[in-house]
Design a protein around this ligand. Structure first.
Ligand code: DAH
Length: 341
């Protein structure tokens, strides 16, 4: 009885095994014959219905049958896995003769080039490079820089307030305060970074870049500033670039100056770029106001300072002949590619 059942089952199994070609079919086979609800398990269950004395022999037959099926199943499983792996390898093979997707090399942005060059020049004069936070409190951005709440100079800068007394810095000058508060004088620092103002036209964007310079030492004077800025101008433009100081006003410097360089376009003879004057303004600076030094807890009778602030985008525009600041921020590859070395 059991022998016949096994023979019938074996016939089914032989047929099923011969048709298996995929992992999916293997799974189905396992469920149909070897799984908990499978045919061989059903044979085991049938044991209960046959006479007690025949059971051990029948049980042994079923076990042998199950073992042999399991063995064949495992062998086939290994073979199918091998075949499927081979098919995968074949289908994923790489065609080395296909033309490659070309990735053009990137380039440093003109503003980054100017920033890197200036940091290099100042590092060569013993300055350290320090980068502050783009979010400042009102105190560091204005008050400590001798620009109190009712000061008319605050009107000059339309500021992004992002909280009560918290602003996106309108200039890199708050870096001066942080340095004087934390560094031991004498020291020399340059501070490049992003700054923000509500401004948007051909020469202004809401975000732009400045570099701030600060020297704190004993007995520094406007002559030292002129020497520094002359070095800056010659390194940035050409070795024969000249600089000149014009009197100006900033709350945080006294005296204050605006600094012009001889026009990089015409060399000083007068052209459209310099509006016929031969000079182009590039930055503001001066001798650090005694009040600013005192605000930072230093003795203004002992320590003196020089400071300047320059627009990096403006210098990049002058240096590379870009006439609209938006060109620097449009992300136009055909323009930016030209700065690839
Ligand atoms: N912070 C000024 C501005 O954004 C630029 C400036 C002027 C910086 C004079 C200075 C300075 O350090 O001494 O317009």
């Amino acid at each position: 009885m059991m022998k016949e059942k096994i023979a019938a089952c074996r016939a089914q199994i032989d047929e099923a095994l011969s048709k298996i070609a995929s992992g999916e079919q293997l799974k189905e086979f396992h469920a149909r014959f070897l799984g908990k609800a499978g045919a061989i398990t059903a044979l085991m269950r049938d044991l209960g219905q046959i006479p007690k004395e025949e059971r051990p022999a029948a049980g042994q037959l079923i076990n042998e049958f199950k073992n042999s099926v399991t063995e064949r199943f495992k062998a086939l499983e290994a073979e199918v896995a091998k075949r499927e792996m081979q098919a995968k390898y074949d289908s994923e093979s790489v065609d080395v003769s296909m033309p490659a997707v070309m990735h053009a090399p990137g380039a440093l942005h003109p503003t980054s080039l100017v920033k890197a060059r200036l940091c290099e020049v100042f590092a060569g004069m013993g300055f350290r490079v320090w980068e502050g936070s783009e979010i400042e409190d009102d105190y560091h951005n204005f008050t400590a820089l001798n620009t109190p709440k009712d000061h008319p100079a605050r009107d000059k800068q339309d500021t992004f307030y992002i909280g009560e007394d918290i602003v996106l810095r309108t200039h890199t000058s708050p870096g001066q305060i942080h340095c004087m508060e934390t560094m031991k004088p004498p020291f020399k620092v340059v501070m490049p970074g992003r700054v923000f103002r509500c401004d948007d036209d051909a020469t202004h964007t809401p975000m732009f870049h400045q570099i701030e310079g600060l020297v704190i030492d004993r007995h520094v004077s406007l002559c030292d500033l002129q020497g520094l800025l002359d070095t800056l101008a010659k390194a940035m433009f050409t070795p024969d670039t000249k600089t000149r100081f014009r009197p100006s006003y900033f709350p945080f410097t006294e005296p204050s100056v605006e600094v012009d360089v001889s026009c990089c376009e015409c060399g000083g003879s007068g052209c459209r770029l310099c509006k016929g004057t031969g000079w182009i303004e590039i930055l503001g600076g001066g001798v650090v106001n005694r009040r600013v030094i005192a605000n930072c807890g230093l003795d203004p009778d002992e320590w003196t300072g020089l400071a300047f602030g320059a627009g990096l985008d403006r210098i990049a525009m002058l240096k590379y002949g870009v006439n609209n600041i938006h060109i620097l921020y449009d992300g136009d590859q055909s323009i930016l590619r030209q700065f690839r070395k």
